[in-house]
Design a protein. Structure first.
Lengths: 150, 163
């Protein structure tokens, strides 16, 4: 339906915001421009909104510098490298322990009782490790952020 | 996107994300924690960002916003704790006049609703397009202009009231 009111009476509201943000179609822009030429109220609003936008853009709403974010960003990197370090350390330790264990079990010089005792210790450690891993897996599965689109 | 490139972009986004979080959470320290947690999450799972689905900025801001919403949910119920927004210390190089003007603006913003503050930060402080804002706030693109305009008009009125 065509608006038959004179252009000066067709006040623009939210289109003023769209206008200063460059989010209007060419036709809408033209209309706002024409209207503001003849409407002092909307023209004043437009200027005030423009000034407000500039003021906010120049304001300092966060005093944290980039250095702080760079440091923050390093945290995950440190965590990752630390994780890799631990992984390598534990893997190496397990291999050496495994070799030692095989040598120990197949040695004829060690009594069977001692062998069983050592097996119990190693078995206990393995059980503890399994328990921790299981707990980690459960935590990961129930992590409330896992479905958050990040 | 390669990790160093992503890292650099995120560092540049830090302040904007912090401003958004501050407006949502009401104080700079909680906001810094929220942004930090968002960084950690992103770097724990960088492959979650799909370049083909859009630019990094709105995606990361959505992560920060989700983090803030989660913090708000976990908090004890409070009305709208924005009193501390005006307490952040200015940098030493800022002149007194600028500090006062910014302070006035921050005070006026505390009078707005949370959704009005966040949309103003996204558009006027971070310069996001309407499409990107819609993406961050998970609202229809058509809603952005009207919400933003209402927010700006409310802020304008508050600033006039402060003068």
């Amino acid at each position: 339906m065509i608006n038959e009111k004179p252009i000066a009476d067709q006040h623009v509201g939210e289109q003023l915001s769209g206008f200063i943000d460059g989010e209007l179609t060419q036709q809408e822009r033209q209309f706002v421009t024409l209207h503001c030429e003849v409407c002092a109220e909307c023209r004043e609003n437009l200027e005030r909104l423009r000034a407000l936008r500039e003021r906010i853009g120049n304001a300092s709403l966060s005093e944290v510098g980039e250095d702080k974010w760079r440091e923050t960003m390093d945290d995950p990197t440190v965590q990752l490298t630390r994780g890799i370090g631990w992984l390598l350390f534990v893997a190496g330790l397990l291999v050496i322990a495994g070799i030692g264990l095989v040598g120990f079990l197949f040695s004829d010089d060690i009594p069977v009782g001692i062998k069983l005792l050592m097996l119990a210790i190693y078995g206990g450690l393995a059980t503890l490790l399994f328990s921790v891993l299981r707990q980690r897996l459960i935590e990961r599965k129930t992590d409330k952020y896992k479905d958050v689109e990040i | 996107m390669k990790k160093p490139e992503m890292r650099q972009q995120l560092i540049q986004l830090g302040n904007g994300a912090h401003a958004l979080a501050t407006q949502m959470l009401g104080n700079g320290d909680d906001a810094a924690d929220a942004v930090h947690d968002a960084f950690v999450k992103v770097f724990r799972k960088p492959e979650a960002y799909d370049e083909n689905k859009g630019p990094l900025t709105p995606w990361f801001l959505r992560v920060v916003r989700n983090q803030c919403l989660d913090l708000i949910r976990r908090r004890r119920p409070v009305e709208d704790t924005v009193d501390e927004l005006s307490d952040s210390a200015p940098g030493p190089e800022a002149s007194l006049e600028i500090i006062q003007r910014d302070q006035e603006l921050k005070n006026a913003m505390t009078e707005l609703a949370s959704e009005q503050r966040e949309i103003i930060v996204l558009r006027d402080y971070m310069d996001l397009s309407y499409a990107e804002i819609a993406d961050v706030l998970e609202i229809a693109q058509g809603t952005v202009m009207s919400r933003l305009h209402r927010a700006r008009m409310a802020l304008k009125e508050e600033l006039i009231g402060h003068d």
